[in-house]
Ligand binder design. Structure first.
Ligand SMILES: *Cc1c(COP(=O)(O)O)cnc(C)c1O
Length: 375
């Protein structure tokens, strides 16, 4: 039975579990897999995904904000939760209250957080992020400076050292090797002075999927792979070795079908004009649902197993498609925006390419008003 919605996504629990197991099997038992469920699990629903991977034995989760961590705790998720990008002073209390694990991104933050904890008589484990050449969050500093600050903190206890790769998919660039080298050197220098974090982590999906083992250390943080995606690499890349499949299918219903005469304008700005009499379908989905406006006049959907081009502007709540080759399509029928019908398939990567963006953006862009259905 299809759900009675104008637009919805179906998320396969079994596929998410299978994707998690594929990552686990690839990295082996010595490497901890941290499923990344930030941004509502890239549109897949953070609480549901957290429950699925918890059943599969995941001990850690990663989110970006304290709010995301709190939502998981309030849903009863017991795993360790690493909060990767929330360093605001106003967020500190929640780390304690909800047993969340902060990523500290500067030595000044480390000292300020330490003082804050001292004022409350509390302690916390943390992961320290270093900038190995991403140029975003993280400490840029010598091993000596870092060691001094780590030692000075009594209430914040270093549990992990982490960094993030900027160009993991670009095998023509030396940047990834440089970042791995800097990270390894820092770990070695810290170890030499007796600072040995329980976890070191640098890798997201790409270095896992392309088997760049020297980037795995004892922990990997995978998001995209969990949802069934591995971005294509550039340059002299090896073949990806990770087998995952998209877990999400996006559907919308045809609200109305009609015939338009040759020359008839379609949608805002008359961005399309029917070159011949056409049979058009108006779908109950638009950019307010997350269908990129950039797909105006260039995207397509799958209707009854065949591709139906998008005509004219994608509007806020409606999108028009050409159903001329799909005579059986009728109001109430569902079409597929992401997913497959028979031999016709379109994934978030293909949709993203047409829209001039990346698959992450398309998945995260599917709005809350699109119902999530778990199958
Ligand atoms: C989002 C994110 C990840 C996960 O990246 P994927 O490419 O989705 O696997 C890992 N680490 C950090 C710091 C992130 O922000």
């Amino acid at each position: 039975m299809e759900p009675p919605y104008r637009t919805w996504v179906e998320i396969s629990r079994a596929q998410i579990a299978a994707n998690f197991r594929a990552v686990r099997a690839l990295v082996g038992p010595a490497v901890e897999v941290v499923p990344v469920v930030k941004a509502d699990a890239y549109g897949h629903g953070a609480v549901e995904v957290a429950r699925i991977v918890a059943r599969e034995g995941a001990r850690w989760l990663a989110v970006s904000t304290v709010e995301e961590g709190v939502a998981l705790r309030e849903a009863g998720i017991a795993a360790r939760i690493l909060v990767m990008a929330d360093t605001l002073e106003s967020s500190r209390a929640a780390f304690l209250e909800y047993a969340l694990t902060p990523v500290v991104v500067s030595l000044d933050d480390l000292r300020a957080f330490e003082a804050w904890l001292a004022g409350r008589g509390a302690e916390l484990r943390y992961h320290l992020k270093v900038d190995t050449g991403m140029g975003r969050l993280g400490v840029i500093g010598s091993a000596e400076e870092i060691a001094r600050a780590v030692r000075a903190a009594q209430r914040l206890r270093l549990e992990g050292l982490m960094s993030h790769l900027a160009s993991a998919a670009d095998y023509a660039s030396p940047q990834t090797d440089e970042q791995i080298r800097r990270f390894t050197e820092l770990l070695t220098a810290l170890r030499r002075v007796g600072i040995v974090p329980a976890y070191a982590h640098l890798a997201s999906t790409i270095p896992v999927a392309y088997a760049r083992r020297e980037a795995w250390f004892g922990m990997v943080r995978t998001g995209h792979a969990l949802y069934g995606y591995v971005s294509p690499a550039r340059g002299p890349a090896p073949k990806p070795v990770l087998e995952v499949k998209p877990a999400l299918t996006w559907k919308a219903r045809i609200l109305s079908v009609k015939q338009v005469p040759a020359g008839w304008p379609i949608g805002y700005g008359a961005m399309f004009r029917a070159p011949r009499p056409m049979r058009i379908g108006i779908l109950g989905v638009g950019y307010a649902d997350g269908l990129p406006h950039r797909l105006s006049n260039r995207g397509q959907v799958i209707a009854h197993g065949r591709f139906a081009p998008i005509l004219g502007a994608v509007s806020m709540d409606l999108t028009t498609v050409d159903l001329s080759d799909c005579p059986e399509a009728a109001p109430g029928d569902a079409v597929t925006l992401i997913g497959e019908e028979g031999a016709a398939r379109q994934d978030a990567q293909q949709l993203a390419r047409l829209a001039g963006t990346i698959s992450y953006d398309v998945l995260c862009g599917i709005r809350a008003r699109v119902k999530r259905v778990y199958v």
